[in-house]
Design a protein around this ligand. Sequence first.
Ligand code: ADP
Length: 483
Amino acid sequence: MRITMVAAEATPFVKVGGLADVVGSLARLFVQLEHEVELILPGFSQISREKYGFADAELLPFRYAGREVNVRMQRAKHEGVDVALVHEPDAFERSGVYDDATTKDGYSDNPDRFAFFARVAAEVIANRPPDVVHCHDAHAALVPALLHWVLAWRIHQRIPCVLTIHNLAYSMPARKEVLFDVGFEKHDFFPMSPLEYYGHANFLKTGIAFSDAVTTVSERYAHEIQTEEFGAGLDGVLRSKRESLHGILNGIDTTEWDPAKDPLIPARFDARRLEGKQKCKAELIQAAGFDKYGGNGNVPIVGMVGRLVDQKGLDIFAAAVPHLLDWNVRFAILGTGQEKYHHFLSDLSRARPDKFAVYLGFNNELAHRIEAGSDLFLMPSRFEPCGLNQMYSLRYGTIPIVRRVGGLADTVIDHEESRGRGTGFVFDAPTKDALLKKMWTSIHTWHDPNERTRIIQRGMMQDFSAERSARRYLELFRGLTGG
Ligand code: ADP
């Protein structure tokens, strides 16, 4: 099959969050499973042209916002994937990918930037139609509509389009004029049309309406987003597509995240030989500065890695902190995000360096070291489409404590509920009390070495490989292409 993937991020080129991991590994896996893959990305200045050998390629002329434009594509082949960048410096050469690096605010013209990106991607696709188009998130969501409405006259067959929603919360609402710039007709914008959302545009709504299949990144999230509570205003549209809405759990890159081979951690280990994990913990204790305060090996370390935003339940954690100060437990926290959490966490680590080590920044190596060196891993998310860190934790023998939402609920089995099968700890209510209660149980259980080892080993045996996930996408594609 020829598959064209359209996304804003993909490893190793540019990464802000889990989207990049998933798109990057799916592209490579489709190639390994003997398909031809073209991956279209915005030409962000953060993508090193030199490192990956990008060279100038075709020039695409088309009409945009009432004028003729000529857009340069840049191309490189990487691990068998044909990677195509939309080289448009005005749109993509900025200090950040989505947000200004200094002010941390989202760029106000993000809808214009990604509408433009989608139009260029649709041009590339129309010039050489693949068997299936796989779009990711709101940044690419206009592509199916552009192919089926704006560029249909140039394409002889209907190209099946799949839209994968990694996070419904970022649906890209926009002024309706953006749609006219990108090529849609004014008369196609009317109340209840696929282009309209309460008088404005909403890229994800349009993408959902025009795609042949919509997927999201866990089974549970596929159900949750059809409810008002999790639907972010799009639950009605999603319910109307229920027949073609699928949950395909994300997988993890088991080559990059493999405690038996990981070059980024101080010692290697696997489910049968866990001694290396003790070394990783000892190193984390040192790096975090906890060694100064004694009581080391016996004090559990709870890791937290990720975006420091409301979605991740940082407010629930913050409410629990005053209670945690009296507990015999330590936290190693890595992340970036909302200013209020930066302040909160840096104040906390300054006031209580014996209990809280905080690194505010993006640091992949440290993410690996925290996953390897922690005993427990906390994810109190308010919602979580899939989540990757709990899967990394399971693989690294670090027992996850998670809220029962989305992919967290699909990947972690609660120890108390299913004695003998548990891989972690799961709590329900988005409250500090529910979190504290579960943490208390998890720490108590962790202090029993036999119980602890059994939970760790069960977790390490789970298969969350991205290959499993890639094969499910391919099955879906085959169903749509009839091949
Ligand atoms: P989301 O996509 O909502 O941010 P996921 O758990 O799906 O959350 O994926 C987050 C990915 O980004 C993981 O690979 C995680 O390790 C990584 N990550 C997030 N924040 C940081 C950080 N500050 N430093 C290093 N890696 C990070």
